[in-house]
Structures are given as C-alpha cells and as structure tokens.
Design a protein around this ligand. Structure first.
Ligand code: RP5
Length: 164
C-alpha cells in the first residue's frame, strides 16, 4: 500500500491535520506527518516532493493557511496527486488560503477541498489510492454504507418527532 504524506505549513495547522489523521486511521491507511513550509523551508518542500514517489508515497495532502502556496509548490515538484487543504485564518477567514490553493496554473493541478476540510482530504486520498486496490475500494463502500445508515437513523428520529 502506498503511503499518504500529510504536510503542514506550520504546527499551528495540526488541528486540521488531526481530522485527516482520524480518517486515515479509520481506513487503516499508512501515512506520515511533516511540518514543511513553502516559504520558510522551501528546499525541504522541493526535496520532499521530488523524492515522494520513490519513497513510497501515492498521494500528498498539503495543509496551509494565509498565502497558502504549499500545495502548489509541492505539486510543481512531483507528478503525484496533491490535495490542498486551505486553513481558516483570523484575518480573512480562509478565503486567502482557498484562493491561493485553488487558483493553480494549467499543467500543475492541485485538488482543493473545503476550508479546514482535513477529513475530506483524507477521503479523497483514499479514493485515489483505491483506484488500484479492490480491498480498499470495498472498505470505502462499507464506510459509505455506514454513513447512509447514520443519516437514515437521524431522519427516522427527526421524522418521528415532527411528522405525526
Ligand atoms: C501558513 O501560515 C501556515 O500553514 C499557517 O496556516 C499560517 C500561520 O503559520 P504560523 O505563523 O502559525 O506558523 O504558512
């Protein structure tokens, strides 16, 4: 199984990474976590991305706020899929990071999830890895069925309360 790399622009992004880690653990997917900044440690960003495929990674999740160039910089140094998670900032509410992450030039794609969307970054990474893994695909189907069941229970509860 290929590993997922979770790269944080700062240790202050950890709460968003934890949402991602929870999903990867639930799916029993191997991952590693690193603090690497596009601006403060650009050489490490280049080195990590350019060697990621050789080092056994299948997908990279980049979590960053403010002028969030991390996902784009990593994507420029690898042909692995890169998923960007824009992090909410106190000043601009995450719109700054969202636009910095999503507005990539043609040829260097970044798949951008919602502001603070750490969980969906992991779900998307799992879908990418499941393209070549029938067993993981089956696990995703099973998790999806559980989600459906949970929403149906909520519907039953609310319906029995209000729909007399
Ligand atoms: C970004 O700037 C980081 O990803 C973080 O979201 C934001 C603030 O970083 P710190 O000042 O908390 O290190 O590079």
């Amino acid at each position: 199984m290929k590993k997922t790399a979770i790269i944080l622009g700062s240790d202050s992004d950890l709460p968003i990474a934890e949402k991602c880690i929870d999903v990867l653990r639930k799916l029993a997917l191997p991952f590693t976590v690193h603090v690497i900044s596009a601006h403060r440690t650009p050489e490490q960003a280049r080195d990590f991305a350019s060697s990621a495929r050789t080092n056994g990674y299948g997908v990279i999740i980049a979590i960053a706020g403010k002028a969030a160039h991390l996902a784009g910089v990593l994507a420029s140094h690898t042909r692995l899929p890169v998923i960007g998670v824009p992090v909410k900032s106190a000043d601009l509410g995450g719109m700054d990071a969202l636009l910095s992450t999503v507005q990539m030039p043609s040829g260097v794609p970044v798949a951008c999830v919602a502001i603070d969307g750490g969980a969906n970054a992991a779900w998307l990474a799992a879908r990418i890895l499941a393209l070549n893994d029938e067993e993981l695909f089956a696990r995703l189907e099973s998790e999806s069925a559980k989600m459906t069941e949970s929403v149906n229970h909520k519907n039953d509860d609310i319906s029995s309360k209000y729909n007399k």
